[in-house]
Design a protein around this ligand. Sequence first.
Ligand code: FES
Length: 170
Amino acid sequence: MFAQRNKNQTKLDRITAAARAEIDRWIAKYPPERKSSAVMAALRIVQDQNGGHLSHELIEAVAEYLDMETIAVYEVATFYSMYELAPVGKYKICVCTNISCMLCGSDQIVQHLEAKLGIKLGQTRRDGKFTLKEVECLGACVNAPMLQIGNDYYEKLTPASIDKILAGLK
Ligand code: FES
């Protein structure tokens, strides 16, 4: 029992105190028996803590913290495109290629980004600065085509506006 408690404590230690405090704020939004409802927020928080991707150890720790099975946390982490299971670049460029964006020229946007960055969709540049990722609809169809970098949306994209966006990423 003592050994088990120590083991669990070690797992929880993988989440920083600041991240735990933030997760606790999310847990408090739900009934005590439903704290697993905070799983998406918890994964986002520990992913940020870890520089942009989730490790197996952090997924285990989130499961422990929310009284969930590790596999259930994996189901969430592998379903949604905002979670990463491998390291990504400093700037993760998420390009929507779903129907509205496709009809408004996302193919050209992707081609331009690939040419400018020297990587293909799904790849991270060798210098670790950029990851280029294809994503499904991000809910900004009205201003398609669009992409997301961090918490920011860039909409009504053109090759020229992409050049401007990339120039601003230091
Ligand atoms: S289809 Fe691209 S934001 Fe909706």
